[in-house]
Design a protein around this ligand. Structure first.
Ligand code: ZN
Length: 385
């Protein structure tokens, strides 16, 4: 069946098209034009959103859970709940993100997620694109809430073990570049197409650059779990903010990073290199209480998630992060949308199918108010809300 979507404006997000007409067939976009130049095909189902903005579905490259469940539970029903929750906030694809845990627990999670990614028969739910391995290759000094007893030195061998358990579905790995064995592990990961993201790190500027030279091309939750910026020893933050070879992501909830520093980050990385993540945990979309993050429990009150007095993930949703960038940074919707669509897709090398509204791409779309509130999410051509 053919579907024709019309809206007030399309933000591709690289371009803006007024009165857009987007045609969908079998879950893919077949044509993108304006109603001014193209007539509505007579045999198509017509979805008309005259007041709304049409944009690509959002991609969250760092998310641990939601709707009361964690991606490490290794259970299909839990993943289904998490993915349905994400779809309500415009996230049409994502990287399920593991945390540091005992080795057998990480391996079990990777096996389950790997199977779930390879046999993707989801409908009306956010779809996993691959796994983000966050820990155990991180710094003791900047571990955040990751359990210290399970941190390990990076090695090609251990990475290979994880890679195999995941059936080759790991797409991103957060790693502290200063650790012995990190450059070799980053280079090995790059060989199999895994993006290394520097983070949870106490690296000096020189050590961070070493990680970039080895192949790291991204940075994980900038400012959080990173050696602070000093103007004489800029440290990892100096590299993350100034290096054009790196894209970088941020938790723009106004809690993890002050709104003024969110603005500073946006100015430093710009529309081309900034990416928004949620780092959301199982408590997202749930009332206050005690919730799981990997193998440990986190106390959630209001918008804060804490474990032993430290911030432990968030209950942020990606649509709210977009609105926060508009309010903290004064950015327009089009620029803010790029940070959750085209930029993460480009980092993952998947702009041929995602992160942009163009013929040939998967029909993963959102419809939002001009203020950035999600009204409808479309995944593989099907409306979810
Ligand atoms: Zn995280």
């Amino acid at each position: 069946m053919k579907t024709a979507i019309t809206a007030s404006t399309l933000l591709t997000p690289l371009e803006r098209i007024d009165s857009p007409l987007v045609l969908i067939e079998e879950g893919r976009i077949t044509a993108v034009s304006s109603r001014i130049e193209t007539e509505l095909p007579p045999n198509a189902q017509h979805l008309d959103y005259p007041e709304l903005v049409l944009a690509p579905g959002f991609i969250d490259i760092h998310i641990h859970g939601g709707s009361g469940h964690d991606v490490m539970e290794a259970d299909d029903a839990s993943l289904a709940a998490i993915e349905a929750g994400m779809a309500r906030h415009g996230v049409t694809s994502y990287l399920p993100t593991t945390v540091t845990a005992p080795e057998d627990r990480i391996l079990r999670a990777l096996q389950h997620l790997g199977r779930s990614i390879s046999h993707n028969r989801r409908t009306k739910r956010s779809r996993p694109l691959g796994i983000h391995l966050e820990g155990p290759f991180i710094s003791h000094a900047k571990r955040g809430v990751h359990p210290p007893e399970n941190l390990v030195s990076p090695s090609k061998e251990l990475f290979g073990k994880y890679w195999e358990a995941s059936a080759g579905t790991i797409r991103m790995m957060t790693i502290a570049p200063e650790l012995a064995g990190a450059p070799e592990t980053i280079a090995e990961a790059k060989k199999v197409g895994v993006h290394s993201s520097i983070g949870h790190s106490n690296a000096t500027y020189a050590q961070a650059v070493q990680g970039i030279m080895a192949g790291a091309d991204h940075a994980t939750h900038t400012f959080n779990a990173m050696r602070p910026l000093d103007h004489r020893e800029p440290g990892i933050l100096g590299a993350v903010l100034s290096e054009d070879r790196l894209t970088a992501d941020l938790i723009a909830d106004g809690i993890h990073v002050d709104p003024s520093v969110v603005k500073l980050f946006l100015q430093a990385k710009g529309t081309e290199r900034a990416i928004l993540i949620t780092d959301a945990i199982s408590a997202t979309g749930m009332p206050d209480g005690i919730y799981k993050l990997g193998a440990f429990e986190v106390e959630v009150r209001g918008d804060r998630c804490e474990y032993q007095g430290k911030l432990a993930g968030s209950v942020l949703t990606l649509d709210r992060a977009v609105r926060n960038v508009m309010s903290f940074g004064g950015w327009k919707l089009q620029a803010a949308l790029r940070l959750v669509t085209f930029n993460p897709a480009r980092l993952l090398g998947i702009t041929a199918t995602r992160g942009i509204v163009a013929a040939g791409c998967d029909a993963d779309l959102v419809l939002l108010s001009p203020e950035g509130n999600i009204v409808q999410t479309i995944i593989a051509g099907e409306t979810c809300l």
